[in-house]
Design a protein around this ligand. Structure first.
Ligand code: TRP
Length: 433
């Protein structure tokens, strides 16, 4: 039975959904600490250049493929050429693995919301975090809870689930972020924080920094897994690709920078190292909040913010898989969602336990959580993006005209698409391996 493909009801919904997918833990949690580790302003500058001129290319490719073919990732690639069907499955494989570690962090966020809601704050968050994340029952329960909360939206469908969630959560998220950023700017460390972010120190510039910036840019834009393609397949006929892609990039970047403006003044006010790393969000930040007046309020706002960011990204990951299972296994949306929940649940439990009982179980010298994070972000993501660019640039006639327009910009972007971006991605891949 051929069912009519759903469509976003407005341009705002389309932008809110793609921004909701792009803005996630990558912006609020990963971006500030990677920037902290890579020297602040110089990293930011490199990142901006890469995102504006390099990442825009695969982003437009995915959106255009969605717009032209109006199918899920697997059927899109097999429509281009039945030989490429395997690649569609690879995208789905990748996008199903990401939530298996992403939702573990989602479970921690739920736990911290509870802690700040009840006001029972521990004295030492470092001890608290390591005790909590190494337990068996609670972290697994919360990972699954986060998974089920996320699944509700794809289960209900594109318009009554996904679109509604993004239309409400994304504006609320932006509001909360600006409130916290403005508050952070009133703290004594604000000046140092801003100097760190915006005053370049060119001695920090090196090759690995460029590769890290590119990896982060691809991750944060949700490129390389058919997610943007799937969301693009619900877009209206008259949507302008290049304009939408730049809108998405600008929103994503403003939000990542605002997250930095929120975090660094707090970090400098409390004398924490800006390069503290992944623990910034779950140890340093809550510790600092707990020392401020109205601790529970600020902490709660911060974790609700993280919750909105992660659930809207999670919804887009699940929708990519759900849409693909629906159309390729010929099952209903509801059955497809249940199957997706089942698969993600099965893999995310060992990933959750890799902070406790399974912490000595190593794959390629990494815990299960780190292994999933590393292989998807550093290998599959650049590899898939490379293949998308190659297929778009070399296998679909006149693709560039549809993606970038016929004018001068279109021709420049065509050269980027055919030669420069693939070359850069090959460099990233080689260095990743
Ligand atoms: N962009 C998301 C973030 O910044 C993470 C992400 C990576 C993602 N790849 C994805 C989200 C694919 C959805 C689909 O957190």
């Amino acid at each position: 039975m051929e069912v009519k493909r759903p469509e976003w009801t407005s341009h705002f919904s389309f932008i809110a959904a793609t921004v909701g997918s792009a803005v996630g833990l990558g912006n609020i949690w990963r971006f500030p600490y990677i920037m902290g580790k890579n020297g602040g302003a110089v990293f930011l500058l490199t990142y901006l250049l890469l995102i504006a001129f390099i990442c825009i290319i695969p982003l437009c490719c995915e959106l255009t493929m969605g717009k032209i073919y109006k199918k899920d990732a697997i059927n899109t690639f097999s429509a281009i050429n039945p030989k490429y069907k395997w690649f569609g499955w690879l995208c789905i494989f990748t996008v199903t693995l990401i939530p298996c570690f992403y939702f573990v962090v989602g479970g921690w966020i739920l736990n911290y919301i509870w802690v700040f809601l009840t006001g029972n704050l521990p004295d030492n968050f470092a001890v608290y975090f390591s005790n909590f994340s190494s337990q068996i029952f609670m972290p697994c329960f919360l990972t699954i809870l986060f998974l089920i909360l996320t699944a509700i939206f794809p289960y209900r469908g594109v318009n009554s689930g996904i679109e509604k969630a993004n239309n409400i959560m994304m504006p609320a998220f932006t509001l909360f972020l600006f409130i916290l950023a403005v508050f952070a700017l009133t703290l004594p460390g604000a000046k140092d924080g801003l100097l760190f972010m915006f005053k370049p120190d060119f001695s920090q510039f090196d090759k690995t920094m460029i590769l890290t910036a590119l990896g982060q840019a691809l991750f944060t834009l949700s490129i390389g897994m058919g997610t943007i393609l799937t969301y693009g397949s619900y877009m209206k006929e008259n949507t302008n690709i290049l304009k939408s892609a730049y809108t998405l990039i600008i929103c994503d970047t403003i939000i990542a920078i605002s997250a930095g403006i929120m975090i660094f003044p707090i970090v400098f006010s409390f004398g924490v190292q800006p390069s503290a790393g992944a623990t910034l969000a779950f140890i340093s930040m809550p510790q600092m909040f707990s020392e401020l007046p109205f601790a529970s309020v600020f902490g709660l706002v911060f974790f609700i913010l993280l919750f909105f960011a992660s659930i809207t990204s999670g919804i887009s990951m699940m929708e990519t898989t759900v849409a693909a299972f629906m159309d390729n296994l010929n099952i209903s949306r509801k059955k497809s969602t249940i199957l997706t929940v089942f698969i993600i649940g099965l893999i995310s439990i060992p990933a959750t336990l890799s902070f406790g009982v399974l912490k000595d179980f190593k794959l390629c010298d990494k815990t299960i959580f780190d292994f999933l994070d590393y292989t998807t972000s550093n290998l599959f993501l650049p590899f898939n993006t490379l293949i998308i660019c190659l297929i778009a640039g070399w296998c679909i006639p006149y693709f560039w005209e549809k993606a970038f327009g016929k004018g001068f910009i279109g021709s420049i972007f065509n050269i980027l698409l055919k030669f420069i971006v693939p070359f850069i991605l090959i460099c990233v891949l080689v260095s990743g391996i």
